[in-house]
Ligand binder design. Structure first.
Ligand SMILES: Nc1ccn([C@@H]2O[C@H](COP(=O)(O)OP(=O)(O)OP(=O)(O)O)[C@@H](O)[C@H]2O)c(=O)n1
Ligand SMILES: C[C@](O)(CO)[C@H](O)COP(=O)(O)O
Length: 377
């Protein structure tokens, strides 16, 4: 099932005012059109996005966006877009006003879901205020039952809405009117008070307030894993996740053998696709002999920050029969939090035995596995 978003942007925005048509004006750091395009381009259920513009506006179209020229009316612009989409293998189309830049995923999803059972679907909001008839004075009251305020995106089976537009004489308020004229059933889905159409000058400030906290691009989320093992040797303590833990043996290694911190460090390098500790701190290099492992972890965190990533969480599991980790887990979280700058509530340190099986069960060493999530928004 291939779905296209057709965004009509060929209007002149005369009611909104300004030096440019409203779709090219800046709101919350981006043009109205960029916000609207991003809502559909970032949606996993949309395969193709087509913008319909006024022929004079080509210079304003963001790079990489597909566009066609529209017509003198909204329905002529929609028709031009639908005809252009016939060149592609499209099953469903969502037709949306560029001026509704605050549309969100929930509104789009509700339309897409309803299209599984209906020829058409569009978001609406039930009218809750009383309705008057009048001019300077009220001359009557209209019942509001069963009345909805219409929004976009309005979604349809592609072939059905194309045929409906081809058959329509023009002058429709929206695509639902065109669809209904062709006998198509249109389901009403949940609209949103935020899905405003920028129409008047004051609507720019309303849209800016809604869009202020939103990200334009989908966050870049990376997951990395790390695994490490160190064998036991003679000694009286181990260092695990930055904490000195008394024990009747020590862990052997080139550095301080903090197996937990090594696994975490490798998880971060892994998320960045930057290899592992050995690549950045070769064991063959004597300067790292006996090194404290926080040096490695700090380096991995700095690499993440340099690339614009925040570490969202860390989860580390230590595998050993002894020492008992539970009594030290909070201190380990705190130590890792100090080193990484990540709040302790986003760091998990836990432990398991291996039921006396294998090398950890025979207490020959300790293993650690870790995952880290990195996010760039
Ligand atoms: N010839 C037209 C007229 C309108 N639209 C689009 O239809 C949507 C809804 O129209 P409206 O908000 O009325 O926009 P404008 O026509 O630009 O505004 P105005 O009436 O104030 O000039 C807008 O996204 C607008 O760009 C279009 O693609 N082609
Ligand atoms: C399609 C529409 O957005 C539904 O509310 C609206 O009808 C288009 O804008 P206009 O102001 O009616 O031209």
């Amino acid at each position: 099932m291939r779905t296209a978003a057709l965004i009509v942007a060929a209007g002149r925005g005369t009611r909104a005012g300004g030096d440019l048509p409203k779709q090219w004006q800046i709101v919350a750091g981006h043009s109205v059109a960029e916000w609207t395009l991003a809502a559909f381009e970032n949606h996993s259920g949309i395969d193709r996005v087509l913008l319909v513009i006024h022929p004079d506006d080509a210079a304003h179209v963001p790079a990489g966006v597909d566009w066609v020229a529209g017509g003198a009316t909204r329905d002529a612009s929609v028709r031009a877009g639908l005809e252009a989409l016939t060149a592609h293998d499209i099953d469903r189309v969502l037709i949306h006003d560029v001026a509704r830049a605050c549309v969100d995923t929930a509104v789009i999803d509700a339309v897409l879901d309803a299209l599984d059972h209906s020829d058409g679907a569009a978001p609406g909001l039930a009218v809750t205020d009383a309705l008057w008839r009048g001019d300077a004075h009220v001359t009557g009251t209209e019942p509001r039952d069963g009345l909805f305020r219409a929004q976009t995106p309005q979604g349809f089976r592609f072939d059905a809405i194309l045929a409906a537009h081809r058959a329509h004489p023009g002058g429709a308020a929206d695509d639902v009117e065109v669809a209904r004229a062709a006998g198509l059933a249109v389901a009403i889905t949940q609209g949103s008070e935020d899905n405003i159409k920028i129409t008047q000058p004051r609507d720019f400030a309303r849209a800016a307030a809604i869009l202020k906290g939103r990200q334009m691009t989908a966050p870049d989320i990376r997951l990395g894993n790390g695994y490490d093992v160190h064998r036991f040797g003679p000694g009286d303590h181990v260092v695990l996740c930055g904490v000195h833990v008394p024990h009747d043996q020590a862990l052997e290694g080139h550095s301080d053998a903090d197996v937990g911190m090594h696994a975490i460090t490798d998880a971060i390098y892994g998320a960045l696709a930057m290899g592992d500790i050995g690549r950045h701190f070769p064991p063959s290099d004597p300067q790292w002999k006996g090194a404290e492992s926080h040096i490695f972890l700090r380096h991995a965190v700095a690499m993440a920050q340099e690339q614009g990533f925040a570490i969202s969480n860390i989860d580390c599991t230590l595998v050993c029969e002894r020492p008992k980790i539970g009594p030290h887990a909070v201190a380990m979280q705190a130590a890792l939090s100090d080193i990484t700058g990540i709040e302790a509530g986003r760091i998990s340190v836990k432990a398991t035995t291996s039921e006396r099986l294998g090398f950890t069960g025979r207490e020959e060493g300790i293993a650690a596995i870790a995952t880290a999530t990195l996010v760039k928004s």
